[in-house]
Design a protein around this ligand. Structure first.
Ligand code: NDP
Length: 459
């Protein structure tokens, strides 16, 4: 048998790669190395979920003095200090990166702070000039934001740049209608920036339940975001002599309006990081979006090369990448072939209000079988008392044949927290009657999920 330097070489130190490396080394006792050419923690920790969520928290304080006043408090309006926040944010990211490095070190994983490419089925070339061999290679390189292919696109920033802004812009145009566009529209608005959002389709958050995304869009507009659907950029050019990325931009929209924005953010999707990696040369097949094609065990066309996380473009969420990493270790190092379960994955869009979802949308379920829909929209007690126009939605999509809850959709503050728990019940196969048998927690918003008695629609 060939003698390799390592049992496993992981390329990429994000959530998926780090988890697979440390579990393979720590629990399975494998000899493991990992290469990362940027910061440890990857998209989630350094330029995604974590800093984004901290920005969500920062932005949510905006309305609090006005709401508190309705509850009898005398609170000054105050102002937001971006520089102070950014300093604390960077400190937190440094702390988390340190934890990621220590987790690897403590598990006995050898770290290479270098770019790694694949030379052949068992050989990795490092940017330091070294070459290493491994019995198994795991590619976990993630993805990166893409700009549309149009003149002057480089004037716009992408989500990676947001966390490094020197100052908050006065105005921003956000292009896109997905997770990132909608989340940053709400964050920027909360931080006091004038936000315009262009989405080319009919309604933002394509693929989510129609009723839920309609309510999110209404609430975003209600809060003051200038959300324009059926609209895209027709032309963009530098508004001043400054032509660097992030400089003010003059934009003409497809509906013919011209406006200058301090910043334009392209939140127009992400692409798998597969370029110049030696993948195709080594025999690894890439799909149409240049994602690595894998089977249910995350194995590529080359027996010794596996891939997990966003680079495979299955479900691009951190907890899914972590699951894929764990299943990979179980399959390869515990001789226990474990497919990744991608069914009924709960997720949340951290807009204001949040959208939490698990399972099928009403539209997907109705296309599959006869259904009943239970839904209620109402003004939540906390903000209704403060005369704010907030509305929330609780919704269950139920199979007529099996009575199983096929989908749950919640638009509400903290919907992300609620959907995690609804996700357990639905993953267990709960029926509508199981929800009905559960006593409400009163007074809460989520009690409505167990008190809806009559379907609002039936197909
Ligand atoms: P998405 O794919 O979700 O959204 C991209 C958006 O850009 C879509 O609205 C798309 O429109 C639009 N778009 C694409 N190309 C163009 C173009 N040329 N011109 C105008 N608009 C365009 O990508 P995101 O970048 O928002 O997020 C990537 C992934 O990251 C998500 O799918 C999700 O898996 C993950 N993520 C998860 C988060 C969470 O869990 N809270 C938060 C952030 C990201 P159309 O609908 O017409 O295709």
């Amino acid at each position: 048998m060939a003698d390799y330097d390592y049992d496993l070489f992981v390329i990429g130190g994000g959530s998926g790669g780090v988890r697979a490396a440390r579990v393979a080394a720590g629990e399975a006792g494998a000899k493991v190395a990992l290469a990362e050419d940027d910061r440890y923690g990857g998209t989630c920790v350094i330029r995604g979920c974590v800093p984004k969520k901290l920005m969500v928290f920062a932005s949510e304080f905006a309305h609090m003095p006005a709401t508190a006043a309705q509850y009898g408090w005398d609170m000054p309006e105050g102002t937001f200090d971006w520089t102070a926040f950014r300093g604390r944010l960077n400190g937190e990211l440094d702390r988390l990166e340190g934890i990621y490095k220590r987790l690897l070190d403590n598990a006995g994983v050898e770290r290479f702070d270098a770019r790694a490419t694949i030379k052949d089925a068992h050989t990795i070339a490092l940017s330091t000039g070294e070459e290493k061999t491994a019995k198994t290679i795991l590619v976990a390189t993630g993805g990166s934001p893409v700009r549309p292919d149009m003149p002057n696109a480089e004037l716009a920033i992408v989500s990676d740049d947001i966390f490094h802004l020197d100052a908050l812009p006065k105005s921003i145009l956000i292009v896109g209608g997905g997770f990132i566009a909608c989340e940053f529209a709400c964050i920027m608005h909360g931080l006091g920036v004038e936000v315009t959002q262009y989405y080319r389709g009919e309604q933002i958050l394509r693929g989510f339940d129609d009723e839920a995304r309609n309510l999110v869009a209404d609430q975003m507009r209600e809060r003051g975001i200038n959300l324009l659907v059926g609209t895209n950029i027709a032309e963009m050019s530098a508004a001043t002599d400054d032509t660097s990325t992030g400089a003010p931009v003059r934009v003409t929209s497809t509906s013919g309006e011209t406006q200058v924005f301090d910043k334009v953010l392209f939140a127009t999707g992400r692409a798998p990081a597969t370029s110049n990696m030696g993948l195709e040369e080594a025999g690894v097949a890439l799909g149409r979006g240049r994602e690595i094609v894998v089977n249910e065990y995350s194995r590529t066309d080359v027996d010794s090369i596996y891939a997990i996380g966003d680079v495979t473009n299955r479900i691009n969420l951190t907890p899914v990448a972590i699951r894929e990493g764990m299943a990979f270790v179980e399959t390869v190092f515990h001789d226990n072939p474990t497919p990744v379960d991608h069914d009924l994955v709960p997720s949340a869009v951290f807009t204001q209000p949040e959208l939490g979802t698990v399972g099928l949308s009403e539209e997907q379920a109705a296309a599959q079988e006869p259904i009943e829909v239970y839904a209620t929209t109402f003004r939540p007690m906390k903000t209704s008392f403060a005369d704010r126009p907030d509305k929330v939605l609780m919704k269950l999509v139920v199979s007529k044949a099996t009575r199983k809850v096929l989908g749950c959709h919640i638009v509400a503050p903290d919907a992300g927290e609620m959907i995690q728990l609804a996700g357990v019940a639905i993953k267990m196969g709960a029926t509508k009657e199981d929800f009905d048998r559960t006593v409400a927690v009163h007074p809460t918003m989520s009690e409505e999920i167990v008190t809806m008695r009559t379907p609002v629609r039936s197909t």
